[in-house]
Design a protein around this ligand. Sequence first.
Ligand code: ADP
Ligand code: MG
Length: 680
Amino acid sequence: MITSKTPVGDLKMIGPSYQIKLKKLGINTVEDLLYHIPFRYEDYSLVSPIGRLQEGETATIFAEIMKFENIYTKSSKKIQKIVVADGSGRILLIFFNQAYLNGILRPGLRVTVAGTVSKYIMDLAFLQPHYEINKGDSELLHTGRIVPIYPETEGLTSKWLRSRIAVILHKLKIDFPELLPTEILKKYHLLSLHQAINSIHFPQSLTIAGHSRHRLSFNELIVIQLASLIRKREIETNSTAKNMKDHQNKIEKFIQNLPFTLTSAQNKAVGEILTDMTGSKPMNRLLLGDVGSGKTIVALIAFYFTFLNGFKSLFMAPTEILASQHYQTLLKFLKSLGMNISLITGNLKPNNSEISKTDVYIGTHALLNLKLPKEKIALIVIDEQQRFGVEQRALLRLKGSNPHLLSLTATPIPRTVALTLYADLDLSVIDEMPPGRLKVKTFVVAPEKRQAAYVWINKQLTSPSSKQQAFIICPLIEESESLLSVKSAKKEFYRLQKEVFPYLKLGLIHGRLKSSEKNQIIDLFKEGQLDILVATPVVEVGLDIPRATIIMIEASERFGLSQLHQLRGRVGRRNQQSYCLLFSQTDNQNSLDRLKFMEKYHIGIQLAEYDLKIRGPGQFFGYQQHGSLGLKFTDFSDLSLIKNSQQAALDILRVDPFLEKLPLLREKVIPYTIQNIAPD
Ligand code: ADP
Ligand code: MG
């Protein structure tokens, strides 16, 4: 029997090559395929007699094929010209370079055709329309209705997806059992899950499509909300934090001795954190602040505070480069105060005596596998927390005993959304930049200005008055650091070194290098021994290179604005004028307009919201917009949805605190609870 858990490969209609293509989109089971939802629709539901069609109108016609002709143009391209007719008139269908249609659209066949009416020379015509050949009373999928358009990958068209999904929904009739209790569906006016999945693919109206998406977002959110409410309950019951005193004088002195003055947002965050840490319950706080807003120093004060109270801290970062950068920063600020810092990575492990002397352990997820003095660890900080899974975060917590937990992130989500999504966390926000920061001047550069841009970069970098450095980011080819992207980065690196910047020193960094090699290159760049760092798009988040003032990004249209903002954040980190040059390979006006937005806006949240509005949250675009939060459907601008789902989660837990009456929902929520990830 075929169920939602059946692997797609087990379906007769999906052969091995398509199985591989689907896998690339993250689709392994029937359920995955049904959750691959359209990002927009074409409305072809208006059916019209041919005689009534007017130019510019979008419609579907039922017609008979009268004539098929291949026409050769002067440039020896082939055009397929097909005449179709119904009782009211005739119209042309025009295709370009699809000679194979000869065998498909044969005269005498009855077809349904959908598209927007335009002109071919003097006659009304459908150019490259959607069509299907009518056999008996088979269901119309690509015409005559609201037609779903899916995110595509090479060789997987919307047409293909549509017909497979239709068979699953309409012939195999897979059942989707309801997750939520009926009272909740009623109270929040939600479609049943079954109906939502059916009509997100083949809606009767665009309104129903909207309701369906709403229902799927609700599901996604309520699981997060339930899990975070349960985690909150888990943490709050029977855990007492270590006893800490405020050491006000020493902390104030430390802050006074910093080489800069804290911003008032930083001061406020420090206050909130230290207040939590002197309390009796373990802190669980998220520190939200845009790229470059200065989150690290806030964490550093918390490390010092922990040390003053005789305890140890742990600091986890997502990459080795970031971990060793933090290590340097901590040495600089904390060593002279008598604190011992250890760096721990995959191939760097301190010995036992070092471990026992250490006050702050800093490292990658390698920290998780190291035996540390659990009883002494009172503070755990996670940098770039969005890069870690719930599981890693929960495991990290186990490295201390009822430790205080602080997560740092630059994820651009509005405060209200963060508050509802992370019900188990308290929130501190750094909403101002250190004083004197200049906006990174950003330009979308036209292709014909490329040479001029190179000349300008060369001039900036060789200017005797200031030592500046640049990043050049190679095109995003695939989400992962594939061999393909490494290869193209290497090629670009050699080209730039040989043909463009022969007198400058260039370095190349990509994800396939060993970490020691990466560190070496970063160090060279930091020390100013390289002028330009050519990098794949996976350039380390959080990288802090003081003298880098220029970042040039190739094929920038392939990135989301938030990612461009993260990349741009690699420069402008001191009070020097910095520049971001965006190159693109498209002449699509919409894409260029989107990039232009980068010229005007310099705040992560504004960019994220704009991107969401024009691309839609479900849009597949290399990286997923909210991939880090695991959200596929949810639109953050829909605050009432977020609030309602939280209220519904509270409603559910009030009557059924352990979700015993809702086993299907429980199955989805439990993996994210602490008891499950880290049983005592
Ligand atoms: P992020 O929030 O992106 O992690 P960092 O903590 O790396 O940012 O800080 C970026 C840079 O700004 C660092 O070099 C840091 O020393 C500096 N910085 C932090 N706070 C201030 C401040 N109040 N005034 C000036 N510079 C600051
Ligand atoms: Mg940082």
